[in-house]
Design a protein around this ligand. Structure first.
Ligand code: CA
Length: 225
């Protein structure tokens, strides 16, 4: 697995690169947005770890350019603890996950492994999170092998949360996926729908729950027994 690490703080970059190497990854270390663009245009990476504050520009623009070019390499962004807007913007720009600085190496390794394991958008015909099973072809959901009745939009919401299980999905992203273009969406309608879905899952004793990450979005997470 080959990773691109874009981080301009030399000491942090060295520590992170060392930790990732020990975890079995091959790491290319880069310190500027320009070098990141160059590396990404010539090399196919399995994942990208991206600092947002770079000396010659914003990591966010690296991410946007990458997605605009149709490159779906998983991206984990590194953000400052108070950077709530950065996190939301990053998720909206196509980041797959984020980690707050300072972070522990095992956490970064675990998040990267989760990103590398995930099925891409076109795969994963059957999704499993805890005892919830979603057949994306028949659009049927079972919890502990019993069928559950969900509306079309609830299915769409659950599918997106299951595809990104364990990670936060931004509200804007969910709204964009669930509602059609130009459709009038009341400001609280997503919240209402999440509330209904959460209740249905809980009523069926699902072992995964929908969590609210205030100001950012939602995540579906399996509950340890
Ligand atoms: Ca920086």
């Amino acid at each position: 697995m080959r990773l691109l690490l874009v981080e301009d703080e030399k000491r942090l970059a060295d520590v992170v690169a060392g930790g990732l190497s020990r975890a079995g990854f091959t790491v290319d270390e880069i310190a500027t947005a320009a070098d990141a663009d160059a590396a990404l245009s010539t090399t196919q990476y399995d994942a990208l770890v991206l600092d947002l504050g770079l000396p010659d520009g914003d990591g966010m623009s690296v991410l946007r350019d990458l997605r605009r070019a149709g490159n779906m390499t998983p991206v984990l962004i590194l953000t400052a603890r108070d950077g709530l807007e950065d996190r939301v913007e990053g998720l909206n720009a196509g980041a797959d996950d984020y980690l707050l600085k300072p972070f522990a190496m095992p956490e970064l390794v675990a998040r990267l492994k989760a990103l590398l394991r995930r099925p891409s958008g076109v795969l994963g015909v059957q999704l499993d999170v805890g005892n919830i099973r979603f057949d994306t072809i028949s659009r049927e959901v079972d919890i502990a092998a019993s069928p559950v009745s969900l509306t079309g939009r609830e299915l769409s919401l659950l599918e997106h949360l299951m595809r990104r299980a364990g990670r936060v999905v931004a509200k804007d992203v969910l709204e964009e996926r669930i509602y059609g273009f130009g459709e009038e969406v009341a400001s609280n309608s997503l919240e209402v729908m999440v509330h209904r879905l959460r209740k249905k899952l809980d009523d069926c004793e699902a072992t995964a729950h929908v969590h609210t990450v205030r100001g950012v979005g939602y995540l579906l997470k399996e509950q340890p027994a």
